[in-house]
Design a protein around this ligand. Structure first.
Ligand SMILES: [Zn+2]
Length: 147
């Protein structure tokens, strides 16, 4: 049995992915390891990030969190989804509809994972370390609950 994914961490993963796409034009992470205390995401990338860039990513993710955007989901026909999203990893027997998870207007992504209801519940986002090797950028992060 796969253990339950932490909704706060997993929601933060969505924000980090969209931020990486917008800031660097890369794809969403191809691999993620999400745990309650610390998580990591791997991106296909061409170089290492500077400390300034890391701070900019943190700042942007925390800015979106502070906007307290609603996180919602809806089912759309799979044909519509094919025009808007990468569905490479979708199983062949996925059915006629697909669940799209939206974080305000910031991020839309097909996903079956658990999420919090709004971004403020994520807490504060911090990148602990990052590394680059063989075309893979790894970003490790933690969350601090603000309440
Ligand atoms: Zn998700």
């Amino acid at each position: 049995m796969k253990k339950q994914i932490d909704p706060r961490m997993h929601s933060a993963e969505h924000l980090l992915n969209q931020t990486m796409v917008q800031m660097f034009g890369c794809d969403r992470c191809f691999s993620a390891h999400i745990e309650k205390k610390k998580s990591k995401c791997d991106y296909y990338f061409s170089r290492s990030l500077s400390e300034i860039e890391i701070k900019l990513i943190e700042k942007q993710v925390n800015r979106i969190i502070s906007l307290n955007l609603p996180i919602s989901e809806k089912l759309i026909p799979i044909q519509d989804a094919r025009n808007r999203f990468h569905l490479d990893r979708l199983p062949a027997d996925a059915g006629d509809t697909i669940r799209i998870v939206s974080i305000g207007e910031y991020d839309h992504c097909p996903c079956i994972g658990p999420h919090v209801n709004s971004t403020e519940a994520i807490g504060s986002f911090r990148i602990t370390t990052h590394s680059f090797a063989k075309g893979v950028l790894r970003i490790r992060f933690r969350l601090k609950q603000t309440d």
